[in-house]
Design a binder for this molecule. Structure first.
Ligand code: GLY
Length: 353
């Protein structure tokens, strides 16, 4: 997979001009959703590099990440003169970068695209690494391709309008990157104050976080091996997300990942000897900022079933990434039903629910 050009912007006008000029194109399209159209597009609309841009707007939220919206984007590109040499800029959260990336990668067999993620979650995860796609038949990200953006432009200026919960949600993926990288990185992350955000420091942490993801993706772009490290916390996290969905409880992705990391750190400590002090420090950071997702022991079986149906599994065995220590990654681990139940007991006890 071609390497993405990641631009850590200090000056949005200059960085955007540089990113756009680097990709030869005849026509320029900008994809936003209804939220980023009003909140983020005005930040760049007046810039010289955007003078000839044509805007395509789609509905916000994950429900719109579907084939109809994709067809709308393809149609707009075609109807308004898009060619094989056009450039699509995706300005938004993960839904816009995933769907826009897929639209660009398939329109006329593929045109270049530039991601400008506007949420923390998209900056440190969705917009980087070349996974694109849509939901289909009720399944998340069921249809898509690995296809990297030509460039990804990161500017934390956009985060100043992001609400606290979405900030915490994105931060969970950064914490995951800390856990799979170095002790220094992890220590910096668990001492950051999410209640009083220092945006300059956050920009620095975002740059480090993206570099960790980039490094992993470079080693294993198609998730055959070490890219599975990025799934840390996600097997239990996705099960909690699925439970929340069927029970009509609203949970942001990063919150589920944070709680999933508490669960998987417990398994890591049990199975791989992950140090107890780091388990407690990480757990108390998560409890402090994310609170707890209340669980009853009657729900254990359902959570276990969700875990056994995760798309990362092979031959019906739960597939987990565990840690022997910070940065000591053990992919392709599994766990028995009794261990999952013990894990959920641990979660409830430490989270006080
Ligand atoms: N979100 C995990 C990955 O990009 O592989």
């Amino acid at each position: 997979m071609q390497k993405q050009d990641i631009i850590i912007s200090q000056n949005l006008e200059e960085s955007l001009a540089q990113a756009i000029n680097r990709i030869p194109h005849d026509k320029l399209f900008v994809l936003t959703d209804e939220t980023t159209q009003t909140q983020c597009w005005p930040v760049i609309a007046g810039l010289d590099s955007m003078k000839h841009a044509e805007s395509i707007v789609i509905g916000a939220t994950d429900e719109n990440k579907d084939i109809e919206t994709l067809m709308h984007v393809w149609s707009d590109l075609g109807r308004r003169g898009g060619t094989r040499h056009s450039l699509l800029v995706n300005l938004g959260g993960g839904m816009v970068t995933d769907l826009g990336g897929f639209a660009a990668s398939t329109f006329k067999r593929g045109i270049p695209y530039l991601n400008i993620p506007t949420t923390l979650l998209a900056m440190v995860d969705a917009a980087v690494g070349g996974k694109t796609g849509i939901n289909f038949n009720g399944l998340k990200n069921e249809i898509g391709v690995f296809s990297p953006a030509a460039s990804v432009l990161l500017d934390t200026e956009f985060l100043k309008t992001l609400d606290y919960k979405n900030l915490c949600s994105g931060y969970a993926e950064m914490l995951k990157h800390g856990l799979i990288s170095t002790e220094q990185n992890w220590a910096e992350l668990i001492t950051f104050d999410l209640n009083d955000v220092d945006y300059r420091k956050l920009q620095d942490l975002v740059a480090k976080s993206v570099a960790i993801k980039e490094h992993v993706v470079e080693e294993d772009p198609y998730e055959q091996g070490i890219r599975k490290a990025l799934n840390f916390g996600h097997t239990a996290g996705h099960a909690l997300e699925s439970l929340a969905l069927v029970e009509g409880r609203t949970v942001l992705h990063g919150y589920a990942v944070a709680w999933g990391m508490v669960c998987e750190l417990y398994l890591s400590s049990l199975r791989e000897g992950f140090p107890k002090d780091k388990l407690w420090q990480t757990t108390s950071f998560i409890k402090n900022y994310y609170g707890a997702f209340a669980l009853d022991c009657k729900e254990y079986e359902r959570i276990y079933q969700f875990m056994t149906h995760d798309k990362k599994n092979t031959a019906g065995h739960i597939n987990l990434t565990l840690l022997g220590d910070i940065g000591d990654i053990h992919i392709n681990q599994t766990a028995e039903r009794s261990e999952i139940f013990n894990m959920l007991d641990f979660y409830r006890e430490v989270m006080g629910c």
